[in-house]
Each structure stands twice: as structure tokens, then as C-alpha cells.
Ligand binder design. Structure first.
Ligand code: COA
Length: 663
């Protein structure tokens, strides 16, 4: 640390490099709406060459549905689509209610980025296109339906299940004649949407620009203090089968020619047509290409869109308002494993033989509805953070609850357009590579869902403690007990009090959190002392949260100084290449609260190879957690951390109750 301190002292010298960079950053802040947002989008997302599936795109799991039959699934999907269109109408008319955090209005811009947008792979950096902006905003969604030719499968063990599925498949296959009829109708043009053009400017709330009303030197020094504070599974087996996967993308126009959205009934009929037309296919799962390493996908993309038909099909997907993935059932697992499997399905689709090809991972919003009642979504992260996504989900769930199906007069609608892809041998090779890569990734990620049912956010509140800080301290305790040390911990904090604001990081590991975690199993400390240390740690965490959401955090400021250095200087100041700096930013615990009204949970992968991703949704009386880790890392184990987390939460409750009783 002595060397780091020296470097920092030098960096902060009056007239030194730090001051130059700060001035440059302030100039940028005066010239732009938000000096950070573009840089953040680039460095956190668009420059990243890792696959979006699992590495950056989160999944959201909704409660399991119990469809009686396929009709039930279609009706559910239709209602969901209608619910999203209802939400879209608020975006289009700019009547979306403004959100508040700590009594302050939040920038609503992210809501204007999630529909009709898509990420496009580039050779070195990706881009995001938003088709809602422009003269002809889209009026269609894309629906993808997968079909796996189960009759050709062979499996290892438990033959009954497979035989039954085979029979089921053969029954369906007898409908081939229907498929050919409707395929013929597919070319008929869809209705022309004449709705008023979508305005995409966010509601007129004046947000402050992100600037420095405080002493920037102190802030960089604060980073130093935090640096000094830093001290420092195998997924269940899957039946492998031989099979041929196939999928089909459809364009489904969701507006009538007068601009009104299709009713639930109408959407349902259209989905039925799609289902029946895609019963059997030996098409290649083109969508799996989007799951690959970005450079690899970038090259494959150029190759794919060389063909005019492919280019048009890709563009239809990119331009669509959102995508609906009608998934095939997952392999049957125990009830205990079910939640983990659904979370994995939302994150990556379960592999090339299951539903990973049934996606277009670049698409910003993809709702997933499985034949077996699993449902949720995955979203490409560059456009928005989790909270706007779950706010949308809350609206859709509420809409679905409120709206019973209203029967509408049936005006015949054209057959949804089946998208065509011409698969050359080269594209086929790219698909095979993508499949292989996806299957490796699927086996690499361990996802554990912990539905902590003993209490929810009401409990810490009843003890006058911030629920979020309480959960963060439980995570610290769990990690400490598992490793006898703490680690750099990242918690996302919203910067949406600022125009175009995205996130800042709260560092949950502090001297106070360490003192608390060490005290918990220290026999020389009594309960009163432990509770006092917990209270202190929570207070410090709240202070850091306050700083972060008010734009006084450290991480993004350091990123800004580094980005200016990259743009302005010939060489990067040494502080940015310092080992302590690197260690402090190696977040073994990468966490975020994404709260919602709906009893759902979000999940995402770890940030570093030897780390964990932890996302939680504190409800009143229970807390939903999703913990992820990489199986290839011997030191991490998502199941074990979940168990330590559950114990930590229980022990902290007991501690507070015992102390209260004694008083
Ligand atoms: N006593 C009683 N109640 C308290 C309390 C205390 N000492 N401290 C907090 N509470 C209450 C709060 O008033 C709040 O009540 P409300 O829900 O009625 O408003 C509730 O408990 C929750 O507060 P808290 O747990 O402290 O957290 P928070 O809601 O302020 O959330 C963050 C903290 C950091 C998660 C939030 O500020 C944030 O930034 N969220 C966005 C995260 C994000 O963008 N993630 C991106 C993921 S992709």
C-alpha cells in the first residue's frame, strides 16, 4: 500500500496530472448532458467482448404458471404481450408515472430505450439501435418458437419420460398438412400501422447535471481509504441426448390498421397460428449465434447478413418492439432444483439442445414462456438497468391480473410472417461453433435460488435498520464465515437522480463491516457489542449509499479520470495500473438489489472468474436471492454461499431479538 499511497500523492499534487484530468473532466461535464453515461455504456457494455448471455444480460424469473393445456400457455402469452403494449402506450403518450428515490424524482430516460431496440455486434465495439426513434417506429413483435425432434433422441436412464415425450411429438407431427397451408399464407402483407409517431423524449423533469460541488481531491483520497480497507460448484447433471434443434422466428404485427393494439383474443389466435406453423422444423437455430463471444459473433454477423433474405430477417428481429420466446419444456428436475433451472433458463436457455437457440440475445427485451409453466425474461443490459425492467414487469403482471379476456369480433388477420434464413455451409459452421460455446458456458455457470422465507424487509425495519444495508451485512457475514476474510464487494446504486444517470457502486466492505463480521463468532464479544457493531456497519453502509446515489461515489469518478487520461494523454497515469487499484476493483461479490412488487427475482452472472453474482428482491415477509458462481473455479460454490447467507440472516435476527429482549 505504501507504493499506492505514493502514487496517489503524486497524482493529487497541485498542478499535477490529476488536476489536469479533473479540469478536463469538468469541461466535458459542462459540454454534455451527462459526462459519464456514454463512457459507462461503452466501457461496461459495448466494448466488452464477452458473450452477453450470462456475462452481462440478467434474467428475471416470474412465479411458475400452471397451464392446463397449450391454449393456457397461448392465452398467458397473449395477455403478457397485451400488458407490454399497454405499458408501451404510456411511453408513447409520455404518461409514464415518474419514479422517486428518497423523495427525489428519477430520470425516466431508460424506459425510452428498452422497447424497439437491439444491440448490434461490431468488430471492436457494439452499438445499440433504438427503432422507436424515427419516422416509422415498429408495429410488430417477434415470436420465436422452438421445436426439438424428440423422436430421434436417445437418453441415458429413466426411459419412461422420453418415451412419453416421443409419443407426444408424433401426435403433433400428424399436423404437418396444416403447416404447409399456413406457410403459404405467410407471405401476405401485414396491416399498416398508422398510429401517431412515437415521441421518445423523456418527461420534462429537470435533472441536475452530474458535477462536482464538493472537493474532488477529498473524493479521490476517499478512494485511497477504501483501498486500504480491502483485505484481501457443480451444477446438477443434465441428461445429454442426441437431437436436432430447430426454431422459427415470426413477425407478429400487434397493431390494427387503425393504430389500435390487437386484443388479447386476437393475439391469442395469431400465436396459435405461429405454434401450429412451427410444429416441426429442421431449421438451424440461427439465434444461438448471438450468444457467442462478441468478436466471433461480429464476424458471423457480417457473414450472415451478406445474404439479402437473412439481412431482412435479422433486421425484422432487431426492429421489433420486443421478442417472445415460446420455450420447449426443460429436462424434468426435482422441486428443489426447479427454481435453479428456471433461473438458468432465463439467463442462457439451458444449452443448445434446450432453449438457448430459442433467443436473439442481442434483443433488448425477450419474454420467455415455457410450455411447462416457467416464465420470465432476459434483457440485454446496455440499454437499461434492472429497476425499469422490473417496473415494467410489475405493470404487466398487474395488467394481466386486472384484464380478463374480452371476446372481440374476429376480423381475419393475416398469417404472421415466418422469417427465412438461408444457411450456407459457412453459417452452419458458425452455428455449430456457437452451440459448442454455449454448451460450455451452460456447464460453467452454477445458479442457486434462495427463497429465504423466515422474514423479509419488515424485520430490519422494525429494528429501525435499512433493509438493504442489513442484507448487505448478511452477505458480508456469509462470505466472511465461508472464507475467514472479506473481499471487494460491489453493490449497484442508482444514479437516476441525474439526467441520463445509470449506476454508481457502493463498496459494502468497510472497516465497520469487517469489525461486525469478525465479532459475530467471537466468544469474547457479547450480544450487545455485536449488535452495536452491526448498527454501526449499517450506518456506514447507508452513508455510502447516500453518497453514491447523490453522485458523490468514487468508482465512476475514477473511471471518468481514467477515460480522460485515455483520450488526452499519451500514457495512462501509473495509479490506474497499480496493483492495489486492480485488486480493489476485483469484485468477488457483485451484488444488486432489484426490488419489485411482483414476487420475482432477477439473476446475473459473477463479474470475475472467482466471484459471485448475487441479486435480491426483498419482499415484506421473505427475500428472493439468486446466487451465481462459475463451476470451473474451485474456490467458489454458489450453494455453499447460499447456505452461509441463510444462516447469517437467521443469526442476525436472533441477535437483534435477544438484545431487544434483554433491554
Ligand atoms: N428504519 C426504518 N425503515 C427504514 C430504515 C430505517 N432505519 N432505513 C430504510 N428504511 C426503509 C426506507 O424508508 C424504504 O422504505 P420505502 O420502501 O417505503 O421507501 C425501505 O426501508 C427500503 O430502504 P433501504 O433498504 O434502505 O434501501 P433503498 O430502497 O433505499 O435501496 C439501493 C437502496 C442502493 C438499492 C437503492 O438506492 C438503489 O440505488 N437501487 C437501484 C439499484 C440498481 O440500479 N441496480 C441495478 C441492477 S441492474
Amino acid at each position: 500500500m505504501a507504493h499506492t499511497r505514493e502514487l496517489m500523492k503524486e497524482f493529487l499534487l497541485p498542478g499535477g496530472v490529476g488536476e489536469r484530468l479533473q479540469k478536463s473532466l469538468e469541461r466535458r461535464a459542462r459540454k454534455t448532458e451527462n459526462w459519464l453515461s456514454d463512457w459507462w455504456m461503452q466501457s461496461a457494455y459495448l466494448d466488452s467482448r464477452m458473450p452477453v448471455a450470462m456475462y452481462t444480460s440478467p434474467g428475471v424469473v416470474l412465479p411458475k404458471m400452471h397451464f392446463q393445456d397449450r391454449q393456457g400457455q397461448m392465452r398467458f402469452a397473449a395477455k403478457l404481450i397485451a400488458g407490454v403494449l399497454d405499458f408501451k402506450s404510456m411511453i408513447d403518450s409520455e404518461t409514464l408515472p415518474v419514479e422517486y428515490l428518497g423523495g427525489k424524482p428519477l430520470c425516466m430516460d431508460q424506459y425510452y430505450q428498452v422497447l424497439s431496440s437491439c444491440r448490434i455486434p461490431g468488430p471492436k465495439r457494439d452499438t445499440v439501435v433504438n427503432h422507436a426513434i424515427g419516422k416509422n417506429p415498429p408495429t410488430h413483435i417477434t415470436v420465436v418458437h422452438n421445436f426439438q425432434m424428440r423422436e430421434s433422441w436417445k437418453r441415458d436412464g429413466a426411459g419412461d419420460l422420453w418415451r412419453r415425450w416421443s409419443t407426444h411429438t408424433q401426435t403433433r407431427n400428424t399436423r404437418g398438412d396444416r403447416e404447409s397451408q399456413e406457410t403459404g399464407a405467410a407471405a401476405s402483407p401485414g396491416p399498416v400501422h398508422t398510429a401517431a409517431g412515437i415521441r421518445c423524449s423523456p418527461p420534462p423533469i429537470r435533472h441536475r447535471a452530474l458535477v462536482w460541488p464538493w472537493d474532488w481531491r477529498k473524493q479521490v483520497e476517499k478512494k485511497m481509504e477504501l483501498l486500504t480497507e480491502v483485505t484481501a460448484g457443480a451444477g446438477e447433471g443434465e441428461a445429454l441426448v442426441d437431437g436436432v434443434g430447430g426454431l422459427m422466428f415470426f413477425v407478429l404485427d400487434v397493431y390494427n390498421s387503425d393504430g389500435s393494439p390487437l386484443t388479447v383474443d386476437q393475439i391469442c389466435v395469431q400465436l396459435e397460428k405461429i405454434w401450429n406453423t412451427s410444429l416441426q422444423t429442421n431449421k438451424e437455430p440461427v439465434g444461438i449465434l448471438t450468444s457467442n463471444h462478441r468478436n466471433t459473433w461480429g464476424k458471423a454477423y457480417n457473414n450472415l447478413i451478406k445474404d439479402k433474405t437473412n439481412k431482412e430477417s435479422v433486421r425484422a428481429i432487431q426492429k421489433s418492439i420486443f421478442t417472445v420466446c415460446l420455450d420447449a419444456p426443460k429436462p424434468r428436475v426435482s422441486d428443489e432444483m426447479y427454481h435453479n433451472k428456471v433461473a438458468a433458463q432465463m439467463l442462457h436457455g439451458g444449452g443448445s439442445r434446450w432453449n438457448s437457440g430459442n433467443r436473439w440475445f442481442d434483443k433488448t427485451l425477450q419474454f420467455i414462456i415455457g410450455e411447462d409453466g416457467s416464465c420470465g425474461l432476459t434483457y440485454e443490459h446496455a440499454a437499461a438497468e434492472g429497476p425499469p425492467i422490473v417496473f415494467l414487469v410489475d405493470h404487466v403482471v398487474d395488467y394481466m391480473r386486472r384484464n380478463e379476456m374480452v371476446r372481440t369480433p374476429m376480423i381475419p388477420l393475416p398469417m404472421p410472417l415466418k422469417l427465412r434464413f438461408n444457411i450456407t455451409p459457412e453459417i452452419k459452421k458458425d452455428i455449430e461453433k456457437a452451440k459448442q460455446n454455449m454448451n460450455i458456458m451452460v456447464h460453467e455457470l452454477d445458479v442457486r435460488v434462495l427463497n429465504f422465507s423466515h422474514y423479509g424487509r419488515k424485520f430490519p425495519r422494525s429494528h429501525k435498520m435499512s433493509p438493504d444495508a442489513f442484507i448487505q451485512m448478511a452477505l458480508q457475514l456469509a462470505y466472511y464465515r465461508m472464507y475467514q476474510t472479506c473481499c471487494p464487494t460491489y453493490e449497484s446504486a442508482s444514479l437516476r437522480m441525474f439526467k441520463l444517470g445509470r449506476t454508481e457502486a457502493i463498496r459494502s466492505t468497510t472497516t465497520e463491516s469487517l469489525q461486525f463480521t469478525q465479532s459475530m463468532d467471537d466468544p469474547s464479544k457479547n450480544n450487545g457489542e455485536k449488535a452495536a457493531l452491526l448498527e454501526k456497519a449499517i450506518k456506514v453502509h447507508r452513508e455510502h449509499t447516500h453518497m453514491a446515489i447523490h453522485g458523490q461515489g468514487i468508482e465512476r469518478h475514477m473511471l471518468g479520470l481514467k477515460m480522460v487520461a485515455i483520450e488526452d494523454l499519451t500514457s495512462l497515469p501509473e495509479i490506474f495500473m497499480d496493483t492495489s487499484y486492480a485488486v480493489s476493483s476485483h469484485f468477488n461479490l457483485y451484488t444488486s438489489q432489484v426490488g419489485s412488487k411482483t414476487d420475482c427475482h432477477m439473476c446475473f452472472g459473477p463479474m470475475v472468474p472467482d466471484g459471485y453474482g448475487v441479486c435480491y428482491n426483498p419482499m415484506d415477509d421473505h427475500i428472493n436471492f439468486a446466487v451465481t458462481a462459475f463451476n470451473s473455479c474451485e474456490e467458489t460454490n454458489a450453494t455453499k454461499l447460499s447456505m452461509f447467507l441463510e444462516d447469517a440472516l437467521l443469526d442476525m435476527k436472533t441477535l437483534l431479538e435477544q438484545v431487544s429482549k434483554a433491554q
